[in-house]
Design a protein around this ligand. Sequence first.
Ligand SMILES: Cc1cc2nc3c(=O)[nH]c(=O)nc-3n(C[C@H](O)[C@H](O)[C@H](O)COP(=O)(O)O)c2cc1C
Length: 218
Amino acid sequence: MPEFIPLQYSPLSEEEQQRRATAFFEQCQRRRTVRDFSNEPVSRKLIETLIMTAGTAPSGANRQPWKFVVVTDAALKKRIREAAEKEEKESYEQRMTDQWLQDLKVLGTDWHKEFLESAPALIVVFSSNYELENGGIHKNYYVKESVGIAVGFLLAAIHNAGLAALTHTPSPMNFLQEILERPENEKPFLLVPIGYPMKGALVPDIGRKKLNEIALWR
Ligand SMILES: Cc1cc2nc3c(=O)[nH]c(=O)nc-3n(C[C@H](O)[C@H](O)[C@H](O)COP(=O)(O)O)c2cc1C
């Protein structure tokens, strides 16, 4: 028989709901992807709290198919940068379509990934399609959806804590599995450098879609 416990729930007045929703929206509206980090360190405890927040995300059948590997070691970050830049150089010069390169132009990005060394910590997110349990394979469900939601929680938590982050997807990124010595069932999902923005950091002047472009009422 499944066991149940009382839900912890405190109702809010409609006014308080709207106040909180607006405050959270305004805070999220200020989040930007940062590509220039200062070398100021971030405490391990703070990063652990952010990861615990990511770990509160919902997941298919509660399988929690994620793993967060935190890299602060300078030599490891250097290896990751070198491997990522090798792939990214090839992507920018050979693999990306003209349309893709055109879409990236406004961001001013290229294959150089200095942030992989300058950010004080890299959170490398792994996803698992299955776990090895009792000598057998135990499948996970809706893995991409689940890990994507957990990363959303992570990014919101990072921003909420006054830190900056970048969502980085070097492609392909199997090298992360090798360098970080993760088992066969853990596949790199994406890489999140975190830290403080460099003084005077600039971000691309891009916009967000308006409500009527992203929401429909029927
Ligand atoms: C799945 C995903 C992959 C991304 N990959 C990269 C990347 O490899 N390099 C990069 O500089 N930015 C990357 N970004 C950041 C986006 O370019 C950025 O979120 C977008 O331009 C909007 O800017 P904003 O986050 O400041 O609102 C990625 C974002 C997402 C969600």
